[in-house]
Ligand binder design. Structure first.
Ligand code: ADE
Length: 337
C-alpha cells in the first residue's frame, strides 16, 4: 500500500474516534468563519486551557468581524490580556477591518493574505470553517504522521512540512473540519510529545508503523536546527563617579525599547581604550531564540566631560530597579553592585 492509500484507509476510524472522544471546546459550537479565525489566532503559541475563557469573553464583546472592526485597539488589547503575543490581537483587529470591508475570504490564499495568518492558520480556518481540503500541519501533525509511517524525515527541515501537506491534501475527506480537528485532537490527547504516547487509546494502533515496531519514541526525528546566528558585541560599562551610562534600544527588533549598556558590533569597533581607563574586562554569552550574543564587556572609568548623545547616567540602584536591564547584560551587572 502506498502512503496515500494507507492514510485514506485510516480516516474513517480516526473520524469515528473523534466523534466519540472530542473535547467540548467553546470554539466548536456556534462556529462562524470569523469565530474560527479568532480561535485559531488565539491558539497560536497558546495552550487550549489558557484560551478557553478568554475566547468566550472576547466573543461576547466582539461577536462579529464588524463589531471588532469598529472597536478601539486599546479595548481589543484589553480583551487579549493574559494571552500574550499581542501582535496577534493587532493583526486580528486589522483582519477584522479587512473582512468588514471585503467580506470573509473564501479561499486558502485569501485567508493566507490576512495579517497574522500563516500556512497553518490558513489551513485550519479553510478546512474548519470553509469546508476546503486544506491541511493544517504543525508539530502535532508531523509527530502523528512520522509515527504512523515510521518516517525518519527530519521535521526541522522545511521540505518535510510540505511533503506531509501534499500527502494530506490528496486524501481530505468531505468532513474537512472534523478531519483537521481530529488530527489536532489526536496530537493533543493521545499521540503526545512528552513521555510515551497512550497508544492503547489510539484509533490507529492497529496500523501505526512506529507502534507496531514498538518504536513510537523514535519519531519524530528532529536533527538540530540551523545554528543560531552569532553576533559579537563589545559592551561598554562606562562609570563616572557613582553613575553608569545606559541607553534605550530601538523601538523595533530584539529587546525593543529596553535599556542597555552602550555596545557595538565587534567588527570594526574602535578600541575601548579611547573612551577612558579600562578597569575590567570580561566575556559573556547570551542565547536568544535565533541569535547568540558573544559579548566582551569593558568596565571603563570616564572623566567628567564625557557627555554623549543618547546616554542616560544612572546610579547602580537605578540601573538595577528603575531601568531593569534585560538579563542579556546580567554578567556585567556584577560590576555595578
Ligand atoms: N489548536 C489549534 N487549533 C485548535 C483547534 N481548533 N482545536 C483544538 N486545538 C487547537
Amino acid at each position: 500500500m502506498d502512503e496515500q492509500e494507507m492514510l485514506r484507509a485510516a480516516i474513517p476510524p480516526l473520524l469515528a474516534w473523534f466523534h466519540q472522544n472530542k473535547r467540548e471546546l467553546p470554539w466548536r459550537t456556534g462556529r462562524t468563519p470569523y469565530t474560527a479565525l479568532v480561535a485559531e489566532l488565539m491558539l497560536q503559541q497558546t495552550r487550549v486551557e489558557a484560551v478557553k475563557e478568554r475566547y468566550v469573553l472576547f466573543l461576547e464583546r466582539f461577536p462579529t468581524a464588524e463589531s471588532l472592526a469598529a472597536a478601539d485597539e486599546e479595548e481589543v488589547l484589553k480583551f487579549w490580556e493574559g494571552l500574550g503575543y499581542y501582535s496577534r490581537a493587532r493583526n486580528l483587529h486589522k483582519a477584522a477591518k479587512i473582512i468588514a470591508r471585503e467580506g470573509f475570504p473564501q479561499t486558502w490564499v485569501g485567508l493566507r493574505a490576512l495579517p497574522g495568518v500563516g500556512d497553518y492558520t490558513a489551513g485550519a480556518v479553510a478546512s474548519i470553517a470553509l469546508g476546503l481540503p486544506a491541511p493544517a500541519v504543525d508539530g502535532n501533525v508531523l509527530r502523528i504522521l512520522t509515527r504512523f509511517f515510521a518516517d525518519g524525515r527530519n521535521i526541522a527541515q522545511d521540505g518535510t512540512k510540505k511533503y506531509f501537506s501534499r500527502l494530506l491534501e490528496g486524501v481530505y475527506p468531505p468532513e474537512t473540519a472534523d478531519f483537521t480537528e481530529a488530527l489536532m485532537e489526536l496530537g493533543a490527547t493521545v499521540c503526545v510529545p512528552n513521555g510515551p504516547p497512550t497508544c492503547g487509546a489510539c484509533p490507529w494502533s492497529d496500523r501505526c508503523k512506529a507502534h507496531l515496531a514498538g518504536e513510537e519514541e523514535r519519531y519524530p526525528v528532529r536533527t538540530e536546527k540551523r545554528a543560531r546566528r552569532v553576533e559579537r558585541l563589545l559592551v561598554y560599562v562606562l562609570r563616572q563617579g557613582k553613575k553608569y551610562a545606559i541607553r534605550k534600544r530601538p523601538a523595533k527588533g530584539l529587546l525593543a525599547g529596553l535599556w542597555e549598556f552602550p555596545n557595538e558590533p565587534a567588527e570594526g569597533a574602535s578600541s575601548p581604550q579611547g573612551a577612558g581607563t579600562v578597569v575590567a574586562v570580561r566575556e559573556a554569552k547570551h542565547i536568544f531564540t535565533h541569535v547568540e550574543w558573544h559579548m566582551t564587556g569593558y568596565l571603563i572609568e570616564v572623566g567628567p566631560s564625557q557627555a554623549q548623545e543618547g546616554l542616560v547616567w544612572a546610579t547602580a540602584e537605578e540601573v538595577r530597579t528603575r531601568y531593569a536591564l534585560p538579563s542579556a547584560f546580567k554578567a556585567f551587572m556584577e560590576w555595578i553592585e
